[in-house]
Design a protein around this ligand. Sequence first.
Ligand code: SAM
Length: 214
Amino acid sequence: MRLRNITGSREVIAESPYVVQEAVQPRCPGTWKEIFGNQNPVQIEIGMGKGKFIHTMAKEHPEINYVGIEKYSSVLLRAIQKMEQEELPNLKFLRMDAEDIAKVFGPGEVDKIYLNFSDPWPKDRHAKRRLPSREFLARYDVILKKSGRLEFKTDNRELFDFAVEELEPAGWKAEIITYDLHNDASLMEGNVMTEYEEKFSAMGNPICKYVIYR
Ligand code: SAM
């Protein structure tokens, strides 16, 4: 998702209390419990877009701390506006490229990672940029606690097949794989729809999902 550049979005982000600022990010590893002021588990969404999923999750699970990560200021701005309408103490945002994720979370500091409708980067030469690639799985391996899980949803079958093929070489295993999430009643229990999930399932696209561990 890339919105038109919105004038002033960088300034809004720089002053937002909901955003952990870039100047502070190098000091973040190992301090997320302090940042939230409690001992609750930390779950993150990488590439959250406008934040519908993570905002809903944070509202439904006040006993969990959530961090939404987004690369583009113009998109993050929408998530900030949602927080201004409905403030939640257990949700923070980071504006950053997920390539640097291990500079912001310490080893094993994250309890769960969500990837939702990640950009497909269809050209082979861009495979390393795909968020479920083995290169990214190696970064997640550092920050995710040993018993942690990573959940990925997409309607893009090619990206999903690629993601499944990456698991073995990266040392991860699938706990759950479905190619039609919305027709699986047990997996749909507690499912929170993302913005893209609403859009693409309304068009009739089946939604793929895996839950992985190592
Ligand atoms: N997760 C949302 C959903 O399901 O509705 C948004 C999906 S959108 C297709 C993907 C989002 O991931 C975009 O907003 C994009 O800017 C962000 N993104 C892509 N690569 C990223 C990266 N390396 N680091 C941080 N965000 C990234």
